[in-house]
Design a protein around this ligand. Structure first.
Ligand code: SF4
Length: 361
C-alpha cells in the first residue's frame, strides 16, 4: 500500500520530463512519484496530485468574527474556525507556526466531514465557518466542500488567506466563500522574497480579483513589523494602490507584530506605528482603516465616513455603541456602510471556545 493517500485534485498537469506540476500556487512544484510539495499537504501519488489532509483538521474553535479580522461582516457574531496543516509561504514571523510549519500530521487531531462541520456551526450558534490558522489555498478542495455544506445550512464561510495563488487556484477557491481576509504582508517584492519566500505580484492579483470580479466581501490585513515593512513611504504606496485599484471601501487592518517563530530579533510593534499607518491610509482616502492586536478603541471602531458618527464601537473584540440602522446605514445621516450587516449586532464578545467535532485520531 502507498504511504501517501489523499483526495485526488484537478489543478495540475504533466510535464514532458515525467514529473507533474501543481497549478494551485506560484510555487509551481514539479513532483516526482511520492514527493510532497513545498506546502507539505499536496503530494504526487501515481500520476496525479492529491490533497493529503482532506477531511482532517488541526482543531476547531469558536472565535469572535472580529478576530479574523473582519469588522464589516456580521459584527459581534461567532465563527467556527479551523485549519489543517502546512503552508505555501515560509514567513519568518508566522504567528501560527505550530500548524503552518507542521511536518507531523499528528497535529491533525480531528477528522471531520463537511457536513459535520456545518452541523457543528449550527449547533454552536455560529453564523459562519472560517478557514484559518493556515491557508485554505492549499486545502481548497476541502474548503470548497465545507462551503457547499455550510451554504445548505444557511452558514456563511470565510477564507483567511495570504492570497498567494495562481489564477486557477484563486478562481477555484474564492467564489465559493462569502468573505475573505487577505494578508497584504508588505508592499515590496523584496520583503515577500526575503521574509516570506514568496512574491508580491500574485498577491496583488488575488486581491484585485477578489474585490473586482467576485461578490466576496474582502478586508485586508498588514502585520507591521518594526524596521521591515513599517516605513511611511511603504504604507503610503500600499494605501494609494488600494484606493486606486480597489476603491476606498475595502477595510484595511494594521496589526501589531509580536516576536515569534524564527523572528525573535524584532521588538513588538509600538501602538504609535499602527496609528501612523491608520492616519496615512485615511489621508490617502481609505474610509475604513483599523488598528489591531492592541487596545485602541478609536482605532478599532467604525465611524461614518460622511458625518463622523460612531457607528460600531469596539474595545478589543467586544462591541459597544451600535448606530447602524437595520439596513446597514448610518442611523444619523443615512450613509450606506459597505459590508454584510444584520439588523442587530451579535453578542458573542471576546470568548474563544475549543470544540471537538470529529473522531479523534
Ligand atoms: S499548493 Fe503546494 S504543491 Fe501546489 S504549487 Fe503550491 S506549494 Fe507546491
Amino acid at each position: 500500500m502507498h504511504e501517501l493517500a489523499g483526495r485526488p485534485t484537478a489543478l495540475w498537469h504533466p510535464l514532458p520530463d515525467g514529473r507533474v506540476r501543481c497549478d494551485v500556487c506560484p510555487r509551481a512544484c514539479a513532483l516526482h512519484e511520492g514527493q510532497r510539495g513545498f506546502c507539505f499537504v499536496r503530494a504526487r501519488v501515481g500520476d496525479q496530485v492529491v490533497l493529503t489532509t482532506y477531511g482532517r483538521s488541526s482543531g476547531f474553535c469558536v472565535d469572535p468574527i472580529e478576530k479574523k479580522p473582519l469588522n464589516h461582516f456580521l459584527p459581534g457574531t461567532a465563527v467556527l474556525s479551523f485549519g489543517t496543516a502546512g503552508c505555501n509561504l515560509g514567513c519568518r514571523f508566522c504567528q501560527n507556526w505550530d500548524i503552518s510549519k507542521s511536518r507531523e500530521t499528528d497535529t491533525l487531531a480531528d477528522a471531520a466531514t463537511p457536513e459535520a462541520i456545518a452541523e457543528a456551526a449550527v449547533r454552536t450558534g455560529c453564523r459562519s465557518v472560517a478557514f484559518t490558522y493556515n491557508d485554505p489555498v492549499i486545502f481548497l478542495e476541502y474548503a470548497v466542500d465545507v462551503a457547499a455544506a455550510c451554504r445548505e445550512r444557511g452558514i456563511r464561510t470565510v477564507a483567511v488567506t495570504a492570497g498567494y495563488a495562481t489564477p486557477q487556484g484563486r478562481q477555484a477557491l474564492l467564489p465559493h466563500v462569502d468573505a475573505a481576509n487577505i494578508d497584504l504582508k508588505a508592499f515590496t517584492e523584496d520583503f515577500y522574497r526575503r521574509v516570506c519566500l514568496g512574491a508580491l505580484a500574485p498577491v496583488l492579483e488575488t486581491i484585485e480579483y477578489a474585490v473586482r470580479e467576485t461578490s466576496v466581501w474582502v478586508e485586508l490585513t498588514t502585520l507591521l513589523i518594526p524596521g521591515l515593512n513599517d516605513s511611511s513611504d511603504e504604507i503610503d504606496g500600499m494605501t494609494r494602490w488600494a484606493v486606486e485599484r480597489l476603491g476606498p471601501d475595502v477595510p484595511m487592518h494594521f496589526t501589531a507584530f509580536h516576536p515569534d517563530w524564527k523572528m525573535r530579533d524584532r521588538p513588538p510593534t509600538p501602538p504609535s506605528t499602527l496609528s501612523r499607518a491608520r492616519a496615512i491610509a485615511t489621508a490617502n482616502g481609505v474610509r475604513y482603516a483599523y488598528t489591531g492586536n492592541v487596545s485602541d478603541v478609536e482605532g478599532q471602531s467604525t465611524r461614518c465616513p460622511s458625518c463622523g458618527a460612531l457607528l460600531i464601537e469596539r474595545d478589543g473584540y467586544e462591541l459597544g455603541a451600535w448606530t447602524l440602522d437595520p439596513g446597514g446605514r448610518c442611523a444619523r445621516c443615512g450613509e450606506a456602510i459597505p459590508g454584510v450587516f444584520e439588523a442587530e449586532p451579535g453578542a458573542w464578545g471576546s470568548r474563544r471556545v475549543p470544540v471537538r467535532i470529529g473522531v479523534g485520531r
